[in-house]
Structures are given as structure tokens and as C-alpha cells.
Write a protein that binds this ligand. Structure first.
Ligand SMILES: [Zn+2]
Length: 135
């Protein structure tokens, strides 16, 4: 066993100083002992990492953990309106040269998105009434 062999664990965990590391790397190809030790360390570390849970199981657990509440739908109308406003602002900011055209375009777009948001909001209202009636 050479002096470099003592550094195999430190090398594996990346704890060696640059100079020691270079010495060890020069030593490694010629030392079956260190090669074995490195392979063993790698296998051990692999075995210590817990295996990932199957995706289907994760999905199932998450589905049970999340209460399927009506509140999850609450944010949609607000999100729709916020998106529409942000998009309108973006359109105005991004095309300063075609300001007039942009205003028309974003107005059309806003109208379109508002209709979408209205539908979302109406379906939300219906669900809210259903929810209220349950109590
Ligand atoms: Zn060695």
C-alpha cells in the first residue's frame, strides 16, 4: 500500500487539494487496490440513495393529498383577467411605433379574453351557488 492509497476516500468525496488530487490521479491507473476501493465506494453510495417512488404512486398520493376543493377554481377568473391586462400592457409596450394599431389589436384581444374570462366567471358563480346551497 502506497502513501497515495490513503487518499482514495478523500479523492472519492472530492476533498483532496489540487496537488494531492493530481498525485492520486497519476497513481490510480497503476493501483488495482485503489481502483477496487473506488468502485466499492461508488457502489456503496449508489446503494445509499433511496430508489425513486414509481410515478404512478406519486400521482396517486398527490391526488389524495390535494383536496379537490372548489377554491381551486376560484383563482381562474382572476387569473384570466390579470393575464388579459398584462397582455394588453405588453402589446402596448412592445410596439410603440404602431401604437394606434396596437391599441386596436389589444382592444380586440382584450374583448376576446374578457369573453373567455366572463364564461369562466359565470361558471364560477354557478359553482359558488352550488357550494352555498350545500351549507
Ligand atoms: Zn493505491
Amino acid at each position: 500500500m502506497k502513501k497515495e492509497c490513503e487518499n482514495v476516500t478523500l479523492y472519492f468525496y472530492g476533498e483532496l487539494e489540487a496537488q494531492e488530487k493530481a498525485l492520486f490521479q497519476a497513481h490510480l491507473p497503476h493501483c488495482p487496490l485503489c481502483q477496487k476501493e473506488l468502485a466499492f465506494l461508488a457502489k456503496t453510495q449508489e446503494a445509499l440513495v433511496p430508489p425513486a417512488a414509481p410515478p404512478a404512486l406519486v400521482e396517486a398520493v398527490l391526488a389524495q393529498a390535494k383536496p379537490v376543493s372548489f377554491w381551486r377554481k376560484f383563482y381562474k377568473p382572476a387569473l384570466g383577467l390579470a393575464t388579459a391586462m398584462a397582455a394588453g400592457v405588453c402589446l402596448l409596450v412592445l410596439s410603440p411605433n404602431k401604437a394606434q394599431q396596437s391599441v386596436t389589436e389589444s382592444a380586440n384581444w382584450l374583448a376576446y379574453v374578457s369573453v373567455e374570462a366572463d364564461e369562466e366567471y359565470n361558471s364560477f358563480l354557478q359553482e359558488f351557488e352550488t357550494f352555498e346551497n350545500e351549507f
